[in-house]
Design a protein around this ligand. Structure first.
Ligand SMILES: NC(=O)c1ccc[n+]([C@@H]2O[C@H](COP(=O)([O-])OP(=O)(O)OC[C@H]3O[C@@H](n4cnc5c(N)ncnc54)[C@H](OP(=O)(O)O)[C@@H]3O)[C@@H](O)[C@H]2O)c1
Length: 250
């Protein structure tokens, strides 16, 4: 992986929230992006805000062939892949004992299996120059919260995969790290808030529990991801970088 100027980076979940903000940030830093998400329209809207040359690829990552399709398209376009931001995910909140097998499977299909496949396929396509993979997990990979046990379990599985992959891929110069956001203002967060009986009170309650006193903006998470992709972090692998205002340190 060189610096981010000219780096070829795949960003999943680039059509919304944190992924869209990562796209804006990496565009400013001169990277060539393969922007992935399900909605062609939303991807197009993000693409329209960017100035560099980028590719959009709409598709569902739970389809087994999607990761291969993305890698082939990236290699045909630029001949290499330097980075992956493994960010696409589903939210899931439901009482533990009322969660069905089908719901758990759907959650793991997106938040673990699809992300794991992307990691494997992109790492296999990286050259002797190595590369950097950033898996976006969650504070819930580390701590337990009622109704979020299965979501946390899938994110925890990505954390364990990150550590193992970091060790196994280190000889090829491929670094693998996680960024673990806390509550971050995105459409996912807005939808969660809107479902609560008193969103304003809930937001104040959430902010009060964060040592730095504020809910993160998606740019805070994008900055951490850009750092872990870049050569500034060239000696960091297998690490977790929480972006949660100190929540999991308390
Ligand atoms: N926001 C938070 O408070 C928070 C906290 C902790 C961790 N995180 C993590 O941060 C990451 C980004 O979250 P966000 O808040 O930015 O979420 P978001 O706004 O809901 O965006 C999710 C993205 O994932 C894509 N996606 C979902 N399922 C997909 C599938 N099957 N195939 C392809 N793409 C799929 C969506 O594509 P479409 O829009 O095209 O459907 C969208 O681009 C996630 O990993 C999330 O778990 C977020």
């Amino acid at each position: 992986m060189r610096g981010l100027d000219g780096a070829v980076v795949v960003v999943t979940g680039a059509s919304s929230g944190i992924g869209a903000e990562v796209a804006r940030r990496l565009d400013q830093e001169g990277a060539a992006l393969i922007l992935c998400g399900r909605s062609e329209e939303r991807l197009g809207a993000v693409r329209g805000e960017l100035t560099g040359a980028h590719l959009t690829l709409a598709g569902d990552l739970t389809a087994a062939e999607e990761a291969d399709r993305i890698v082939v398209a990236a290699l045909e376009w630029r001949g290499r892949i330097d980075g992956l931001v493994n960010n696409a995910a589903l939210d899931h909140a439901a009482p533990l004992l009322e969660t069905s097998d089908a719901e758990v499977r759907e959650l793991f299909e997106v938040n673990f299996f699809a992300a794991a496949r992307m990691l494997q396929k992109c790492a296999a396509a990286m050259t002797d120059d190595g590369g950097s993979i950033v898996n976006v997990t969650s504070r819930l990979a580390t701590i337990g919260v009622p109704t979020m046990a299965f979501y946390g379990a899938a994110k925890g599985a990505m954390s364990a995969l990150t550590r193992g992959a970091a060790i196994e891929l280190a000889p090829q110069g491929i670094r693998v790290n996680t960024v673990a956001p806390g509550m971050t203002r995105t459409p996912l967060y807005d939808a969660w808030l809107a479902d609560l009986p008193d969103p304003k009170a809930a937001e104040a309650e959430v902010a009060a529990k964060i040592p730095l006193g504020e809910i993160a903006e998606s740019g805070d998470v994008a900055a951490a991801i850009a750092f872990l992709l870049s050569t500034d972090s060239k000696h960091i692998t297998g690490a977790n970088l929480p972006v949660d205002g100190g929540y999991t340190a308390a």
